[in-house]
Design a protein around this ligand. Structure first.
Ligand code: ADP
Ligand code: MG
Length: 394
């Protein structure tokens, strides 16, 4: 009898060949339907190779439209080419969602330039001036990419953005270009006009993908990610059409495909089916609801709880009813209620994060009011609300 190695089949997936191809910070070798953005960015950045400062660039578009992927892809290529030519061009990448204060961002920039910096203890101005001398000592062209820059649009961080936008006036032997990336184009309105015009020397807008484009994007990854023949044919088109409805978000598409594979694997299936996609979708919804709702302030949770209760009782839920219900919940929990105006603002905030939708209703002589509809399965919201001890009463 030939003895088989105990491990030969353990830990081997029937579904995934390489699951890591489907995690969201993976940068694929090709980016279908972003050829124009790639070429444009490369053209703008290319003077760096000859020691000329590229214009600053501002890139924006909704989440999952490929901004980060394109920035990293072009940066990698530029770095390779710079090394090949022996050109002193360097690209560094920081993410303001991960490092969301001035101190952390400027420290991270310094570290990427091989500066040794403590996690705390210095002032932002001190770190900034060390970074400036470091850059000047290095010389050459340095392109600093700040991804998700909207996270720095807080009063306390604006000064750093202002300084960075004028950093070249502090440099003698080196020059810096900035690439700012954001999912939220409204940041431009908030910025100091001087920062705005400096950052926006060039702009690249990323449009959402349509279903067909998402299909191509997914197909390009399927081969590397999945064992041959482990996907039913209709899975990729189905995932693409769902993500297209959700503002053409490639991240959602890639995540959903990976999750569907995980569901198939968990169920010991040989192939991923549409049912697995549906199952994955509802698991994702539970996860995101949980993440959003558990982070809400207590009063926002109470407003949401009031909307939830009314939804079971009434065909049409309007803001006035929600306020009344909210006051009752405050009484039950022994909290001082907020004003109705503040509750209206909370409803707008819940609308912005996508938990509810509101619509103006015209009720003749009763004037105008707002109708509120829950966008998420009530049971999922309830689960998430119940995580808060203060809401155990529900
Ligand atoms: N054109 C594309 N081709 C292949 N993958 C893409 C493309 N656009 C986006 N992706 C993938 O979708 C996910 C989200 O893209 P990302 O660049 O992070 O979006 P954004 O930064 O605009 O939110 C990533 O996994 C990325 O690799
Ligand atoms: Mg991004």
């Amino acid at each position: 009898m030939t003895s088989q190695n105990l491990f030969s089949n353990l830990g081997k997936s029937r579904i995934f060949k390489n699951r890591s191809v489907l995690v969201s910070d993976f940068v694929p070798l090709t980016l279908p339907h972003r050829e124009n953005e790639i070429t444009r960015l490369a053209q703008i950045m290319s003077p760096a190779l000859n020691g000329t400062r590229p214009n600053n660039i501002f890139m924006y578009g909704l989440t999952g439209t490929g901004k980060t992927a394109v920035a990293k892809y072009v940066s990698n290529m530029l770095t390779d080419e710079a090394n090949r030519r022996g050109s002193p061009a360097t690209v560094i990448y920081v993410n303001a969602r991960k490092d969301d204060t001035s101190y952390r961002i400027i420290t991270q920039i310094g570290r990427l330039l091989d500066l040794k910096l403590p996690f705390t203890g210095l002032s932002v101005a001190e770190v900034y001036s060390r970074v400036v001398s470091r850059i000047d000592k290095r010389g050459g062209m340095i392109i600093i990419t700040i991804d998700e820059i909207d996270n720095l649009i807080r009063e306390s961080n604006l000064n750093l953005l202002y300084k960075l936008s004028r950093i070249n006036s502090d440099l003698r032997n080196a020059q810096v270009s900035l690439i700012g990336i954001t999912n939220d184009a409204r940041v431009l309105e908030v910025l100091d006009p001087r920062v705005k015009s400096s950052l926006g020397e060039e702009e690249i807008v990323f449009a959402p993908y349509n279903a067909e484009q998402l299909r191509d994007i997914l197909h390009a990854r399927v081969h590397d990610a999945f064992v041959e023949d482990s996907l039913e044919d209709d899975v990729v088109p189905y995932v693409a059409s769902l993500a297209a409805k959700d503002h053409g978000d490639a991240r959602k598409a890639v995540d959903l495909l990976r999750k569907a594979g995980e569901v198939a694997e968990r169920l010991n299936s040989n192939r991923v089916t549409i049912d697995h996609v549906k199952q994955a979708l509802s698991e994702i919804e539970v996860d995101t609801t949980l993440e959003i709702v558990t982070k809400l302030p207590l009063h926002s949770k109470l407003v949401l709880a009031s909307a939830l209760e009314l939804q079971n009782k009434k065909e049409i839920v309007v803001t006035g009813d929600i306020y009344t219900g909210y006051i009752m919940l405050c009484k039950k929990t022994g909290l001082e209620p907020l004003t109705s105006r503040r509750v209206s603002e909370i409803l707008n905030e819940l609308d912005m994060v996508g938990i509810i939708s509101t619509k103006i209703l015209n009720r003749g002589r009763f004037g105008r009011t707002k109708r509120v509809v829950l966008n998420i399965k009530p049971t999922n919201i309830l689960e998430a609300l119940k995580k808060d001890d203060a809401l155990k009463i529900m």
